[in-house]
Structure formats: C-alpha cells, structure tokens
Design a protein around this ligand. Structure first.
Ligand SMILES: CSCCC(=O)/C(O)=C/O
Ligand code: FE2
Ligand code: NI
Length: 203
C-alpha cells in the first residue's frame, strides 16, 4: 500500500495528512515537480538477478529511457537475511541512504517488490512517501530527502540515472532524519489505534 504522511519538519507528531489514496498523494507531490505513476508488476522468481528484473520490465524501461536519457539503469535488491552477516549487510545498506541529502540529477525509481520510504523535505514539511511494488517515482534534482529501507529490508527497485557515475549524494549535515518516524514506525499501527480497535470489537 502506497502511503503519504506529511509532517511538520520541526515536530513529527504534527501529522498534517496521512493518506493511501494515490490520486491525493500525486496531487500533493505535483506542486514540487514530483511525479508518482504506476506500472503493472510482473511476478519474478525469488532468486531473480539484475538482468532478469530488467528483462521483465524491458518495454517499460525502454519507454522511460526514451524520455531520459538514462545512461545507467541498475537494480537494487534486498532480501531479508537474518544471519549475522545478513543483518550487518542490511544495517550498512540502510545507513547509506538514511541521512538527508540531495542529488545533482533527478531521482527516478521504480519499485518492483517490497517497500521503502522516501522522506522529502519540502519547505517546512516532511513528506514521507512509502513506495510499494508498482510505484514509479521521480523527484527533481536538488530536492532534500533521505530514504529508509527499514530494519529488515525487503525490496527491489530499478534506478534510472541521468549520469554514468551512478549514485552520488551531497549530504546536508542535518540531523532531521533521526527525528522522523522510521519506515517500520510509519507502517506499524499506533498502540492507541490498536486499543481503539480492541474497544470497538469488545464494545
Ligand atoms: C530505492 S533505491 C535506493 C535508494 C536510493 O537510490 C536513493 O537515492 C535514496 O535516496
Ligand atoms: Fe536519493
Ligand atoms: Ni538519495
């Protein structure tokens, strides 16, 4: 389920909007030049490699590339792995994107599987966009943002780069990311919601 939660940038508890309505999400992002589109997903085997993923989406990738150019298209895939080495790999991968940064190029990402959250720092608000399978998001160059793949990452995304050097970020040095809910917190129903649900069932 794709989700948008808008919060005040100085107080994450001030939730201005939370919606899973795709039209409302796209409407709220459009003024910033951010687009969110949907592609139909293709089932893939659990051990699909980068080339298999790209082959499965060849026509979509080619169509988008014609709008580019995107000289580099790659695939990031994280499979939950509870071994000590897997947990360490996941921790390192998560940390790489977890601080606020910008790119000199547009950030264009298609979610093939799983979920991840982009936090877009726009004016005095943070727009947390949980992308799930089928979401194609494009964020203009220079937009301050960070990304959380969660404590136990499980996602696959195709990345479209406008330059051949791939992922290059300029970190802002801001500590804002640590003040906002993580992907896992955004997806977990609040304890208060569970209590009221329980009340409804018993009442
Ligand atoms: C969803 S792909 C991995 C994250 C990434 O490429 C990025 O730029 C996050 O800000
Ligand atoms: Fe990014
Ligand atoms: Ni980034």
């Amino acid at each position: 389920m794709t989700l948008l939660q808008i919060m005040a940038d100085d107080d994450a508890a001030t939730v201005l909007l939370r919606t899973d309505d795709l039209d409302r999400i796209a409407e709220n992002l459009a003024p910033f030049g951010i687009t969110l589109r949907r592609w139909a997903t293709v089932p893939l085997p659990a051990d699909a490699a980068q080339d298999d993923v790209l082959a499965a989406y060849r026509s979509e990738v080619d169509t988008l590339s014609a709008e580019g150019p995107y000289p580099l298209v790659d695939v990031v895939r994280m499979v939950p792995d509870d071994t000590d080495a897997g947990v360490e790999r996941a921790r390192a991968a998560r940390l790489k994107f977890l601080e606020e940064h910008t790119h000199d190029e547009d950030e264009v990402r298609f979610f093939v599987e799983g979920a991840g959250c982009f936090y877009l720092h726009l004016g005095d608000k943070v727009y947390a966009v949980v992308c799930t399978a089928g979401d194609l998001m494009s964020v203009p160059a220079g937009t301050t943002h960070w990304f959380d793949m969660g404590i136990r990452p499980g996602f696959c995304a195709i990345r479209f780069f406008q330059a051949e050097d791939g992922w290059v970020a300029g970190f802002t040095g801001s500590a804002i990311a640590a003040t906002m809910p993580t992907l896992d917190e955004l997806l977990a129903p609040a304890a208060s919601d569970l209590l009221s649900l329980e009340g409804e069932r018993n009442g």
